[in-house]
Design a protein around this ligand. Structure first.
Ligand SMILES: Cc1cc2nc3c(=O)[nH]c(=O)nc-3n(C[C@H](O)[C@H](O)[C@H](O)COP(=O)(O)O)c2cc1C
Ligand code: SF4
Length: 551
């Protein structure tokens, strides 16, 4: 069934994609009307139920979105900073309650108090005053944060001019694709989106796979609340990422690239579309690039608000206009990906490393970092730090250096760092000294480097409420395909809510069973990953949590 839908929605290819049309038809009303859904079903020869199933999935296409005019960020960092209640009060003076929606997350974790209005993101009450107070347009929206590189600074140094882009493309075209692939494999570069899978293996698999066309998909759905390092790359180093896609296409024989970019980053969407135009105008994108016979075209597709679309197979289903449920693997995307064609999906930061590898060689890259964690890593630090911002460090750098030197320590009391998004580990502050920024150090200590965002849990923030937030997030974002996650996340949320509100203690054995079922029975790392921070909390904050449990 799903294969048939892939084939049908793929008839018109990525240029007239069902998903994009659905999004566009949604914009006037905020959701997909019955008439518009019927029109789409007829045009794409797909059942109404398929269109209904897809359009009711996303935060910004489902009927509940009707009439929303302004959205408040409900991500973990804004929640821990405690800014959103005041912001809601402020916005309530200008909007009815039903006109105020929620978004997760706007990537303004460095200053919080974040909201979205009319295609732009803002922070702070002063922006509310400027926007709505006297009708004067807020032109400057606060978005100032630090960026610093300590070490090799691979991404920091990738702020290429168009002339430099041309030199990189010329070098690529003068190198045989097999050699480019070999250099990438030698580099040992592992995916920066969370799983840490070597990109060279994916590229090689796609190169060998049969089927045309082949796709390079850039996962720019950065959904982990607390992370905004991809946003930094998308807005400050867009050429590096686009060139990375071009290089990946050259190495695999793909001629199409798609950037799946989250709705919640409107500024990034605009910048990336402008970047593509300038690359096209310079002859560095499109047909017969620099007269070489190599064709590669890239398109930015605006996502519609669903955390699970960051999971690569859900992302592909989304791009096809299907309800974005996670797919069973195998087959892997390199063999059966977008519209059933060989596809490589990689993260923004991963791809942005490729121009450096092409220019400096894989061995030079492999010399940076530690062990199997080669190269550098970007981290994003929230507003609890004295110097919130995005920092690039060599893999293997002590975490304490990031926290105390780059981040300048904490502005206020913090008891734990939630590193690597909602599925990452909860690191109690006394463990900071034990960790270095690399995949192995985190895994060996029972945590997860993931995408390396840092959300600080304040000393006075109840851990039980934080765990409830994690289960609530999972329940909201679960794609519903497998029951451990679909049901288990809701049960976890209910138990933790009940324990806070009533004279009720959670049966510890039952809770452990729930975590075990989620961990071992879930199809993807959303349901499978959420137990990690919960286990960490049970271990390191036992004293604080024990009053909520019995047995
Ligand atoms: C629930 C979930 C959400 C994810 N969100 C993202 C995301 O926002 N960005 C991303 O690059 N990878 C995300 N991933 C990982 C992707 O599935 C995939 O591993 C990644 O895009 C591959 O690129 P990389 O190897 O360059 O990291 C997510 C995974 C899961 C299970
Ligand atoms: S674990 Fe959750 S998000 Fe992943 S496939 Fe199962 S229901 Fe979907």
């Amino acid at each position: 069934m799903s294969k048939n839908i892939s084939a049908l929605s793929g008839r018109k290819g990525i240029d007239e994609s069902l998903f994009e049309k659905m999004g566009q038809l949604t914009e006037p009303e905020g959701f997909l009307t019955k008439e518009a859904a019927q029109k789409l079903a007829d045009e794409y020869l797909i059942g109404d139920a398929s269109v209904y199933g897809a359009s009711t999935f996303y935060d910004f296409t489902r009927p509940e979105n009707k009439g929303k005019k302004v959205y408040i960020c409900n991500g973990s960092a804004c929640m821990c900073a405690g800014t959103q209640e005041d912001l809601r009060k402020e916005l309530s003076q200008h909007f009815k309650a039903e006109e105020i929606g929620e978004m997760c997350c706007l990537g303004r974790c460095h200053e919080n108090s974040a909201f979205y209005y009319d295609g732009h993101n803002y922070s702070g009450k002063d922006a509310v005053h400027k926007l709505f107070g006297n009708g004067q347009a807020a032109t400057a929206h606060r978005d100032a944060y630090n960026f610093e590189a300590a070490g090799a600074g691979i991404i920091a140094g990738a702020g290429y001019s168009l002339d430099q882009c041309r030199e990189i493309v010329e070098k690529m075209l003068a190198t045989p694709p097999e050699k480019v692939l070999e250099e990438i494999k030698t580099s040992g570069l592992r995916g920066r989106g969370g799983a840490g899978f070597p990109i060279g293996i994916k590229l090689e698999g796609c190169r060998k796979a049969k089927g045309e066309p082949k796709f390079i998909v850039c996962n720019a759905d950065e959904g982990d609340p607390g992370s905004y390092s991809d946003r930094w790359v998308l807005e400050q180093r867009p050429y590096a990422m686009m060139l990375g896609m071009l290089i990946a296409g050259y190495a695999t024989g793909a001629d199409r690239g798609v950037v799946y970019l989250r709705y919640e980053y409107p500024e990034s969407i605009q910048i990336n579309n402008e970047t593509l135009s300038s690359l096209r105008n310079a002859g560095l994108l499109g047909n017969d690039i620099l007269g070489s016979g190599f064709n590669f075209e890239i398109k930015v597709v605006k996502a519609r608000g669903a955390y699970i679309c960051g999971e690569e197979t859900a992302l592909l289903s989304s791009l096809e206009g299907q309800r974005p449920e996670v797919r069973v693997r195998p087959p892997y995307p390199v063999n059966y990906g977008l519209f059933g064609k060989p596809t490589v999906v990689n993260n923004v930061e991963t791809l942005a490393n490729l121009p450096w590898i092409l220019t400096n060689g894989g061995a030079a890259f492999a010399n940076i970092g530690r062990g199997r964690s080669t190269g550098t890593k970007l981290l994003s630090l929230d507003s609890a730090f004295n110097k919130p911002g995005v920092y690039e460090v060599d893999m293997g750098t002590p975490l304490s250096q990031v926290v105390n030197e780059l981040g300048g320590g904490f502005r206020k009391g913090v008891k734990a760092l939630h590193i690597g998004g909602p599925l990452g580990g909860l690191v109690p502050v006394h463990k900071i000294e034990d960790l270095t920024v690399d995949f192995e150090s985190f895994a060996n200590n029972g945590f997860l480097l993931g995408h390396a965002s840092i959300v600080s849990v304040p000393e006075n923030y109840p851990m039980v409420a934080y765990l409830e937030h994690l289960f609530a997030f999972t329940a909201h974002e679960s794609c519903g395909k497998c029951f451990p996650c679909r049901i288990g996340s809701v049960r976890g949320k209910e138990l933790l809510q009940k324990a806070q509100k009533e004279d009720f203690k959670i049966d510890r054995q039952l809770f452990e069973d729930l975590l075990f079922t989620l961990k071992s029975g879930s199809l993807c790392a959303l349901g499978g990953g959420i137990p990690l921070p919960v286990y960490n909390a049970l271990e390191y904050f036992e004293e604080e949590l024990k009053g909520y449990f019995e047995g």
